[in-house]
Ligand binder design. Structure first.
Ligand SMILES: [Zn+2]
Length: 231
């Protein structure tokens, strides 16, 4: 590297390590920039746009109809570390109900809060994912499809926004189930929101995936029927 090459971190010259004296000997300690870079990578792979990154829990204004949902989300974030470490499969959150009550807002707030705590989160626009999976059957790129499925199946936290928007074909149901079932087998926190209840979700995405989503979120599910909170 020539002297003129700019460095991101003037403290460690991008080596990621700093030499510090400890009890008379020099030891290498990780530089702060390592954490910052790790967070930047996490944010990049989260799938969140800059606009979505700005969504906060504090900006959600609960109404009498949505206060239960809001409280559940708030508690979830407070307890997250314990939930993540537990042996249960039921580590997620399911927000269901009428359009416009802020389910997506709350799930984005969860994503942002966890990311800020260095927890790796992937936020999935489910209709887009379904479209991707649908297209994959025509690509004949099994490696690409499997990589995508494994990534979502194994990520520490995955949030599925807007589940059950449309009825999906049998082939896509199988691929989506592969994602959900991996998360179930690995007991990984899996969150979702939907405009439908489980019966409706099952009709759209299939019984197998709906039943797994049920188990993954069993003790933290809420169904809210309310008028549009944005009005
Ligand atoms: Zn550094």
């Amino acid at each position: 590297m020539s002297e003129k090459d700019p460095v991101d971190c003037p403290r460690c010259q991008d080596r990621g390590l700093l030499l510090k004296q400890k009890n008379g000997t020099w030891v290498a300690v990780p530089c702060k920039c390592k954490k910052i870079k790790a967070l930047q990578r996490m944010i990049k792979s989260s799938g969140l746009t800059e606009e979505q990154r700005a969504v906060k829990l504090e900006d959600y204004k609960p109404t009498p109809a949505t206060s239960t949902m809001y409280t559940m989300v708030k508690r979830y974030l407070q307890d997250f570390k314990n939930i993540q470490e537990s042996w249960e499969v039921n580590k997620g959150l399911g927000l269901m109900g009428t359009v416009g009550i802020g389910k997506t807002h709350l799930l984005l707030a969860v994503a942002n809060t966890l990311l800020n705590q260095q927890v790796s989160v992937i936020f999935v626009n489910t209709p887009e994912l379904i479209g991707e999976l649908y297209d994959a059957q025509f690509y004949h790129d099994e490696g690409g499809l499997n990589a995508r499925i494994n990534k979502l199946g194994q990520a520490p936290v995955v949030i599925f926004d807007d589940v059950g928007k449309e009825r999906i074909t049998d082939w896509v149901q199988v691929q989506y189930y592969r994602v959900i079932n991996q998360r179930y087998t690995r007991k990984l926190p899996t969150l979702f929101c939907s405009n439908l209840h489980f019966d409706g979700i099952a009709e759209k995405i299939g019984d197998a995936s709906a039943s797994r989503l049920y188990s993954l979120t069993r003790s933290r599910q809420v169904y809210v029927e309310a008028r549009d909170y944005r009005i």
